[in-house]
Ligand binder design. Structure first.
Ligand code: 4NP
Length: 161
């Protein structure tokens, strides 16, 4: 299973989602079964490290973003199972960039938690706490969905859990 989180710059929200989701997947012992990445719809921050606001917020909860750098969404992401945007503008751009090239489920992160809200961009709001709460809400719901899918796939392959 491969999941790619996407935002505008790939320095604030989508790396936060990538790192938080990686921790949740690890906590459930699923890290061998899920590949996690993130990317930008723009090339504006290409090669830049994670924003200090995201780094500082995640450091407080014991999560590192060392070694993560911005890159743009591209055809290398076509093999994903999920391509997940943070807001409606991301969704439009992901569809424009990837439609017809991928069988991935393209969805907004908060849609997994039953909400059609956007995840606010802290690049503009400065509020990394609110963004973190929304990222956690979406990632919790997503990890539930993916764990169920992995179990269903395992069972149909005759594996026992
Ligand atoms: P992100 O935030 O999409 O959550 O990474 C942004 C980062 C950079 C810019 C805009 C949004 N920018 O204009 O460079």
């Amino acid at each position: 299973m491969k999941v790619v989180f996407v935002c505008l710059g790939n320095i604030c929200r989508s790396p936060m989602a990538e790192a938080v989701f990686r921790q949740m997947v690890k906590d459930r012992g699923l890290e061998q079964q899920v590949v996690i990445d993130s990317a930008a719809t723009s090339s504006w921050e290409q090669g830049n490290p994670v924003h200090s606001g995201t780094r500082k917020k995640l450091a407080k909860v014991g999560i590192s973003t060392d070694g993560m750098y911005s890159r743009q969404l591209s055809s290398v992401d076509a093999d994903a199972d999920y391509i997940i945007g943070m807001d409606s503008e991301n969704m439009m751009n992901i569809k424009r960039m990837m439609q017809g090239k991928t069988n991935a489920k393209i969805a907004s992160l908060l849609s997994f938690a039953g909400s059609n809200r956007d995840i606010a961009d802290p690049w503009y709001t400065g509020d990394f706490e609110q963004t973190y709460r929304d990222v956690c809400l979406g990632c919790e719901a997503l990890v539930e969905e993916i764990q169920k899918k992995l179990q269903e796939n395992g069972e149909s392959n005759g594996e026992k859990f």
